[in-house]
Design a protein around this ligand. Sequence first.
Ligand code: ZN
Length: 461
Amino acid sequence: MSKEAKEGKRTMTQTLLIKNARVVVTMDDARREIADGGIFCRDGVIEAVGPTNELPTEADEVIDARDQIVIPGLVNTHHHMYQSLTRVIGPAQDAELFGWLQALYPIWAGLTPDMVRTSTLTAMAELLLSGCTTSSDHLYIYPNGVNLEHSIEAAQQIGMRFHAARGSMSVGQSQGGLPPDRVVEQEPAILKETQRLIERWHDPARHAMLRIVVAPCSPFSVSRGLMRDSALLARQYGVSLHTHLAENDNDIAYSREKFGMTPAEYAEDLGWVGPDVWHAHCVKLDEPGLQLFARSRTGVAHCPCSNMRLGSGIAPVRRMRDLGVPVGLGVDGSASNDGAHMLGETRMAMLLQRVTGAAMTARETLEIATRGGAQVLGRDDIGALAPGMSADFVSFDLNHVGLAGGQGDPLAALVFCGAPQVTHSIVNGRVVVRDGQLTTVELPRVIEQHNHFARLLAQAS
Ligand code: ZN
């Protein structure tokens, strides 16, 4: 495959103009909010952002965003898209993390390649319609011939910017781990397959639509050796590392009992800190751990809804931000946050910090969901609207009933009020949602197939 085909690039020059937006929230270095604004893009890259009357007047495609607010596409840093097939499963509805996992592992053992493809399309459709343009997906279970390419195919079909994390589990119950033995893999095979995927798919270039991430599932499902070897492999190729860390009290207890260390000490011992690493949750990261993450620029994927759903606790995001820890937002899998609405997640992140008495404004929370996510994923080309950045942005209709009365501060309204769906979503300069409808897939058919697979999966277990 040619490099251009690999990156999904067009060969013909193509321009796009979005104009007349009530406000364009740039999240650029000056945090400009431009009234009657617009954006001019060429070949998937932003060329100019400013008041509509200062932009070119013609383009191959022109979108009138009158009465709309335009923001950078939100960046989702943690997800398990296949879990959209196992929403609200009875025995897992009211459990904490370990019990929840033990109820779900046997069901997930029935996953097939078609189920992964369809559930990834479903999850990405939900994300795109809720403001997200770049997502990571942590796929760590590979039964019945499933491989990471089944989710990559879905991302390419729907047109989402994608960080595909090759997860893994290698320590089954017979070895003292949490997952049943039948869903774990052999460590040499995991490393070999991960290396193959990096060589085949990883695109390090700016504006890349696809990157590969090395992502053993968690300290309680893989060995110390696999964590170390994964870090070596990732650094050999210059790709990012991702896992779950310090999610709840049981997670801390497991780390102390098995490794004699806190999760942060364990991560440091394994080489799992640095600007190329991000950890999901970190709800129970202690003060020395927070200091370590700040010093080493280790990232965190904050998943407020999942943390509430599983009763894990409240991540110290205020403290993280004050110390300079890179923080992005994640919806997490839909078995632990059954509604994966990225703008809704942003709202919850703001509200949940306030429960602890910490200050968190709408603007800072939106910054976490955009620039923060970009930093956590190791990208300097998304998360803000400025010349030279990727053309990834979304618009919302300010006449939506849930925003009525909030016209005095549309940006704040977007975060504080009931989160609407997007009017338009542009990814890499391509209109993926137009007038509230996905342009790349037939959503009702995807949902029908998804529900069919969800029923099959539940019946098979
Ligand atoms: Zn997770």
